[in-house]
Write a protein that binds this ligand. Structure first.
Ligand code: HEC
Ligand SMILES: [Cu+2]
Length: 398
């Protein structure tokens, strides 16, 4: 019964037209939201990114349409059913409508079911083992990422002098005869399926490569893994997505003085370019550790394997940290000897890394992590590394 408007049949057919138009507008709006929002995301760099983004767009279409529906009905009701001047009556008491209740339970149930099936399918395909995947190790530690991967000697291009590698890469001969590379950068190429096996040395970290749309936690005592297949050549930031302490931000890939610090995934256009560029003599320094301990120490520190750069300034390596004292000229800082009671600078430097809390540089707190000699201890730094680092620091006298 419509008291205000006796001409109710004309009114209801025009209402149906309006409802249909509004419905179309809402659906179109949902598509528009789903199309525009992904332009805010970083470029898709992996096959997984394409699938994840498709799922995301699907969710956005549904979510966007529901958002517009709810807001539209709300706005319409506010205008259409507002109280007229002088009207102090209550609204009509409405309750119990089985059809309506059935519909508004069934529709969301169907939507949730479809989303569940679709997400599960994306989840399983993006994590499915691939026949020719290459496997690399990732260590997350406060506050650095380290990638470990093997290259068989026969895989080195013939014209490359394998005595040389980029400065940020450490290389050792593995037991099986292959060359094990350790770096804060992971190099691969378009189309190569990659599986990363990840462990943490301390707290929970989370390995996130936004452009690849992969994110996986590293959990103490467990090996977690993540897979991706690059589809776009490029240099992609790794970010730690789990707040892990004061240097958390340093785990994110950053460019400092033109150097890539923090974690990076570098995708070469194809396998040949990967081998040539990654192992190219001009861009390489030394593959097998240099004999000269000063050189070796410099290479170890430049590799980013230890997080010293987060706290210390050292011009020679482009470090700009300010939490600890500047290490410029540390080799000549003999005024520390009397104060700390050490006989010579070598012992002093050795102790300030193995046991930083024992003597504190005036004006600084006990903030430096202790670097320990045993692999089972946190912040493991082998004695050989430490000796080379000390030799290098001793050489920094101005
Ligand atoms: C979390 C911050 C932090 C990290 C990481 C860190 N340090 Fe320090 N470092 C400090 C602070 C703070 C001091 C001063 C307090 C003290 O003496 O322990 C210091 C002191 C030193 C000193 C003595 C400096 C002087 O003027 O006598 C040396 C040498 C040193 N650090 C080397 C290193 C090396 C090498 C690394 C990496 C293996 C490193 N530090 C990592 C914070 C840090
Ligand atoms: Cu972290």
């Amino acid at each position: 019964m419509n008291v205000r408007n006796p001409n109710s049949s004309g009114r209801s057919s025009s209402a149906i037209i309006w409802i249909v138009l509004a419905g179309l507008a809402i659906i179109a709006g949902g598509f528009l939201i789903a199309t525009l929002t992904p332009s805010l995301l970083p470029a898709q760099a992996s096959a997984q990114a394409v699938e994840v983004d498709e799922l995301f767009r699907f969710l956005l279409t549904i979510g966007g349409a529901i958002f517009l529906l709810v807001q539209g009905v709300l706005a319409f009701s506010v205008v259409r059913f507002r109280a007229r001047a002088g009207d102090t009556s209550d609204g009509p008491p409405i309750h119990g409508n089985t059809t309506l209740e059935f519909v508004w339970t069934a529709i969301p149930a169907v939507i949730v079911l479809v989303i569940t099936i679709y997400s599960y399918q994306v989840w399983t395909t993006t994590r499915a083992p691939q026949p020719n995947e290459t496997v690399a190790g990732v260590v997350g530690a406060r506050f650095a990422w380290t990638f470990t991967y093997d290259v068989a000697p026969e895989d080195f291009p013939a014209d490359v002098d394998i005595a040389q590698l980029p400065e940020n890469v450490q290389a050792t001969l593995a037991e099986n005869g292959s060359i094990q590379l350790v770096s804060n950068q992971f190099h691969t190429y378009v189309g190569q399926d990659v599986r990363l096996e990840m462990v943490t040395e301390d707290v929970i970290h989370s390995f996130w490569v936004p452009s690849m749309r992969i994110k996986q936690d590293l959990l103490p005592g467990r090996v977690t893994e993540v897979r991706f297949t690059p589809i776009e050549p490029g240099v992609y930031r790794v970010v730690c997505a789990e707040l892990c302490g004061s240097g958390h931000g340093d785990m994110a890939g950053q460019i400092v003085n033109g150097n890539l610090v923090g974690g990076w995934v570098i995708v070469h256009p194809d396998e040949e370019t990967y081998r040539r560029e990654f192992l190219e003599p001009e861009t390489l320094s030394v593959l097998f550790p240099p004999e000269d301990p000063v050189e070796l120490g410099r290479q170890i520190l430049a590799s980013g394997r230890y997080p010293c750069n987060t706290c210390h300034t050292l011009d020679d390596l482009g470090w700009v940290g300010t939490i600890g004292p500047s290490l410029n000229g540390i080799g000549a800082r003999t005024q520390r000897l009397d104060a700390s009671g050490h006989p010579d600078m070598e012992t002093y430097l050795h102790e300030s890394i193995r046991n930083p809390g024992a003597y504190l540089v005036p004006g600084f707190g006990n903030l430096m992590p202790q670097f320990n000699p045993e692999p089972t201890q946190p912040n493991y730094m082998p004695e050989a590394d430490l000796e080379a680092v000390v030799a290098y620091l001793l050489s920094q006298t101005e």
